[in-house]
Design a protein around this ligand. Structure first.
Ligand code: SF4
Length: 324
C-alpha cells in the first residue's frame, strides 16, 4: 500500500476552514482503503512562529481529538505528534547538509514571513522546507495531498530527495502530489481566508449556540441597508458559506435574497442551522472521547511512526556512510 502523509501545525483550535479544507479530505483518503495514511500534528513546525508552551500543548492534544471526532480512525490511520519521533529532527539535520541555502531563500512563503515578521526571522523558518521533507520521506510517503498553492513546497521536497538520491543512492521515493480541490473558505469578516490567527473563524469545538452566535456576526452584502433592499448573494460571503453546507436550498436562498424575500438575519440563522446539522456527528463523537483515550491514541501513533521512521533513518545513515 502506498503511504499518504499530511501534517498540520497546532497553532490554534481547528475551525470550519480546516474542516472543509483538510479534515474531510483526510477522512475521504482513509475511507478509500487504498493507502496507509499518516497524519501528523506538526508541533515542531509550530515553533517557528509560536512560543506559548501552554497553548502549544493544549492545541496539540485538541487537534488529535478533533481529528478523531471528525472521523479519523486510529486503527486505520497512523495519527501521531511530530516531536514524538526523534528521527525526524535527525533526518532534518542530515538533509540540511545537502540542501543549498539559495533553494530555501527563494521559497515564496519564507519571503512573505520575513516581510510580515521581520523581528522573528529564525533559523527554523529558513529550514522549514527541509524539516517538511524529512517529515514526508521518513515514512517513505509517496502521496501528498496538497492544494495548488502548496505545490512549490512539494516541488522543493522532490528536489531535495533527488539531490539526496543522486548523492548517496536511491533511499527515498519521490513524493507525488495528490491535487485536491481544497476549497478556499473565507472567514466571517468576508475578506480573507478563515484562519486561526484571525478573529474570523468558527471553532469546531464550539457548542450549537456558540456557533450560531458566531455566524450571526458574519459580514454580509454591505450594500444591502434594509431588509427590503434586494441583496447580491454572489458577492456575499454568507452565501458562499451556504454553498458548503446547504446545497439543496442554495437556489432558493439565492432567489429569496435577490428578491428581498429574506433578510440577512434569517439567512444567517439558516446557515448556522446547516452548519450545526453538519457538525452534529462530530460533536456527538467528540463528547464521547476521554482524555485517556486520546493519550492512548497518541502513544500508539508514536510507536507505529517511530518504527517506520527508524528503519528509514538507518538506511539513510548507511547510504551517507555514517559509521554504525
Ligand atoms: Fe447575504 Fe443572505 Fe443577506 Fe443575501 S440574504 S445578502 S446572501 S446574508
Amino acid at each position: 500500500m502506498k503511504r499518504v502523509f499530511s501534517a498540520a501545525r497546532p497553532t490554534g483550535n481547528q475551525h470550519l476552514g480546516n474542516y472543509l479544507g483538510a479534515l474531510k479530505n483526510y477522512v475521504a483518503l482513509q475511507e478509500e482503503n487504498s493507502y496507509q495514511c499518516l497524519y501528523c500534528v506538526a508541533d515542531v513546525h509550530a515553533l517557528t512562529t509560536m512560543q506559548n508552551s501552554i497553548d502549544l500543548r493544549r492545541n496539540t492534544f485538541n487537534m488529535v481529538k478533533d481529528w478523531i471526532a471528525a472521523g479519523l480512525d486510529p486503527k486505520r490511520s497512523i495519527i501521531f505528534v511530530q516531536s514524538h519521533v526523534p528521527a525526524v529532527t535527525e533526518l532534518h539535520t542530515l538533509l540540511s547538509m545537502i540542501t543549498p541555502l539559495n533553494w530555501l531563500l527563494r521559497v515564496p512563503t519564507f519571503k512573505e514571513k520575513v516581510k510580515a515578521h521581520p523581528e522573528n526571522v529564525n533559523y527554523g523558518l529558513v529550514g522549514y522546507p527541509v524539516l517538511m521533507t524529512a517529515d514526508v520521506v521518513l515514512y517513505k510517503s509517496e502521496i501528498i495531498p496538497v492544494g495548488e498553492d502548496q505545490l512549490p513546497h512539494l516541488e522543493l521536497a522532490r528536489e531535495i530527495v533527488r539531490h539526496f538520491n543522486y548523492s548517496y543512492g536511491p533511499v527515498f521515493p519521490e513524493p507525488q502530489a495528490k491535487l485536491t480541490a481544497v476549497p478556499v473558505v473565507i472567514g466571517l469578516d468576508g475578506k480573507v481566508k478563515m484562519s486561526k490567527s484571525m478573529d474570523n473563524h468558527v471553532e469546531l469545538s464550539l457548542s450549537e449556540e456558540e456557533t450560531t452566535k458566531r455566524i450571526m456576526t458574519a459580514v454580509t452584502d454591505v450594500s444591502r441597508m434594509r431588509k427590503s433592499d434586494p441583496g447580491h448573494p454572489d458577492i456575499c460571503n454568507v452565501f458562499s458559506l451556504h454553498k458548503f453546507f446547504d446545497l439543496q436550498n442554495l437556489e432558493q436562498i439565492h432567489y429569496d435574497c435577490q428578491k428581498a424575500f429574506m433578510g440577512c438575519v434569517t439567512c444567517k440563522q439558516k446557515l448556522a442551522q446547516a452548519i450545526n446539522d453538519e457538525l452534529k456527528p462530530f460533536r456527538e463523537r467528540r463528547v464521547m472521547l476521554s482524555d485517556e483515550y486520546i493519550y492512548d491514541v497518541i502513544y500508539d501513533g508514536a510507536k507505529r511512526a517511530i518504527e517506520l521512521a527508524n528503519q528509514t533513518l538507518t538506511e539513510a545513515k548507511e547510504a551517507i556512510g555514517l559509521l554504525r
